[in-house]
Design a protein. Structure first.
Lengths: 257, 272
């Protein structure tokens, strides 16, 4: 009885979180163009999607920025974590405090502050400014997921490798890096997700004529949204879901924590 | 090796200086000057004008209610989830991050379809002979949008903090004669405070400062403080006023940062 109640509660919350997603998927298969009525089953929006250059360009921009920004953020963040282990306690906590600013600050404040920075530096708004902004808010996610791994690391193994004649770089990649990898990967994934879903910061730092999916949707909402958008986001969602299920079904390889 | 490590901090120091610290300085500069560049406090005191004060009050009220609802929904859920085996840890986190892969604007737009007068929810309610729901374009719909969008940010830190509690501590309390309610208030709740603070921050600040949810679900007539700032920057191009109002928001953010620094020293309540 008690267990059943628990399961129902989990189920209700998951229903709440996924109901809009289900709605969008149904809408993407709706032959009628309006959201208000069901005009029969159709895949025409999926076909129209691949002929809509504007949406496809926004998709390419979104993926490009998500990939590049999370890659660069992962590199800078991981290097920063390594550097922080060698720092004095005080310097380290100041740096961690700075790292927390983009996490705790409101997106709108981060967005307008970066916009003001680009204006005063005279940087032209476009893909470049979006990329710089995304790297900035992605680094903290990487640091916060690599740092716990760093703390669990045993420094003796690195020193042992050095004693046994390994070079610094070699010792790092053979000994330290494999231990950090799970943290680095989850940081990368988190950064990628955040970049993909960001609207507010992109809204303030993008140039005229450059759009990611979020900002494209925002302009479309005002003019009336095209059902191709529902089709595209359903495709993205189903792809990710399939990938995650495949990863989770594959047998666990000694990953315990 | 320590001397070499110092060089490694240069890229991040440079980056965070240029893209985190300097931009905040820019907001302070614009917020405290007028168009001619002279010092003024007018952009900040502008918050007291009728329209701005109303927007701030509405934002505070709605985000406070949303945060409380998120907490009340998420805490029992996190407790149930924390009893599931550790092996499933990553999978549980994924379930709550996954919705983010569907664009946030589209998800919020979908609530329009669900809540509309002739929407899905009302069809179900009429079918069950229940009274129809009339919350679209009201503050209640905005609250629903906030709860929906930010609930995962409450669930994850709570789940993280609760699953770290040593089961032996709880068992010891029971062995020493404490009942479930007493154990909850004396052991579980105090030990989960880092998660609670982190969850409240991660929900309250985005909810306080959002500017899209209100226009999507509130019918565009209810202005939140985020909407006002957005208008100042993108429509009227009054960056000075926009920066001044952002500084007012930053006061709330600072209070929050101080609180989380006091209660969550080791970052135990973090999301990841």
């Amino acid at each position: 009885m008690k267990n059943a109640a628990k399961k129902i509660y989990i189920g209700l919350i998951i229903l709440f979180l996924y109901a809009p997603i289900g709605t969008l998927m149904v809408l993407s298969l709706n032959a009628s163009k309006t959201r208000a009525k069901w005009g029969g089953f159709s895949i025409k929006w999926y076909i129209a999607l691949f002929q809509n250059e504007e949406i496809l360009r926004a998709l390419v921009n979104t993926l490009l920025i998500a990939l590049l920004s999370s890659l660069v953020a992962t590199m800078i963040g991981t290097i920063a974590c390594i550097a922080m282990t060698g720092m004095k306690r005080q310097a380290k906590s100041i740096l961690m405090g700075i790292t927390n600013i983009p996490m705790l600050n409101a997106d709108i404040v981060t967005g307008v502050s970066l916009m003001l920075l680009y204006i005063s530096l005279g940087i032209r708004f476009g893909m470049g400014t979006i990329l710089l902004s995304h790297i900035t808010f992605n680094i903290p996610y990487v640091i916060l997921s690599v740092m716990p791994r760093m703390k669990q690391l045993n420094p003796s193994t690195f020193e042992a490798a050095l004693d046994l004649g390994s070079s610094h770089i070699n010792a790092f990649f053979k000994v330290v890096f494999p231990d950090l990898l799970p943290g680095i990967l989850s940081g990368f994934l988190m950064a990628f997700t955040m970049s993909l879903d960001d609207f507010i910061i992109t809204h303030f730092t993008k140039g005229v004529g450059v759009d990611t999916l979020s900002t494209k949707i925002y302009t479309e909402i005002k003019k009336g949204i095209k059902p191709e958008m529902y089709a595209l986001s359903s495709l993205i969602f189903v792809t990710v879901l399939t990938l995650l299920i495949l990863i989770n079904l594959s047998p666990d390889k000694k990953e315990k924590k | 090796m320590t001397s070499k490590k110092k060089w490694l901090s240069v890229p991040y120091l440079f980056w965070s200086g240029l893209f985190i610290i300097v931009p905040l300085g820019m907001i302070l500069y614009y917020g405290l000057t007028d168009r001619t560049g002279a010092f003024t406090l007018e952009n900040i005191t502008a918050i007291a004008s009728a329209g701005h004060a109303k927007a701030l009050r509405l934002s505070l009220l709605l985000s406070l209610i949303s945060t409380i609802i998120c907490f009340l929904l998420a805490y029992p859920l996190a407790m149930i989830l924390s009893q599931i085996q550790v092996k499933r840890h990553n999978f549980i986190i994924l379930i709550f991050i996954l919705p983010m892969w569907m664009n946030f604007l589209l998800r919020t737009l979908a609530w329009q379809t669900l809540l509309e007068k002739n929407g899905v929810i009302n069809h179900v309610l009429t079918f069950l002979h229940l009274p129809a729901l009339k919350i679209i374009n009201t503050p209640a719909a905005i609250i629903l949008g906030m709860v929906y969008n930010f609930l995962p940010f409450m669930i994850l830190p709570l789940y993280n903090a609760l699953s770290k509690i040593d089961i032996n501590v709880i068992n010891a309390a029971h062995d020493l004669g404490a009942d479930h309610i007493y154990t909850f208030f004396r052991i579980i709740l105090p030990l989960s405070i880092p998660g609670i603070i982190s969850g409240i921050t991660m929900v309250f600040i985005p909810a306080l400062t959002t500017f899209v949810i209100s226009s999507l679900l509130g019918g565009g007539k209810l202005l939140l403080i985020g909407d006002v700032i957005d208008l100042e920057f993108t429509k009227t191009s009054n960056w000075h006023l926009g920066s001044g109002l952002s500084m007012v928001l930053m006061i709330f953010i600072l209070i929050n940062m101080v609180l989380s620094a006091i209660f969550d020293k080791d970052g135990e309540g973090s999301m990841l």
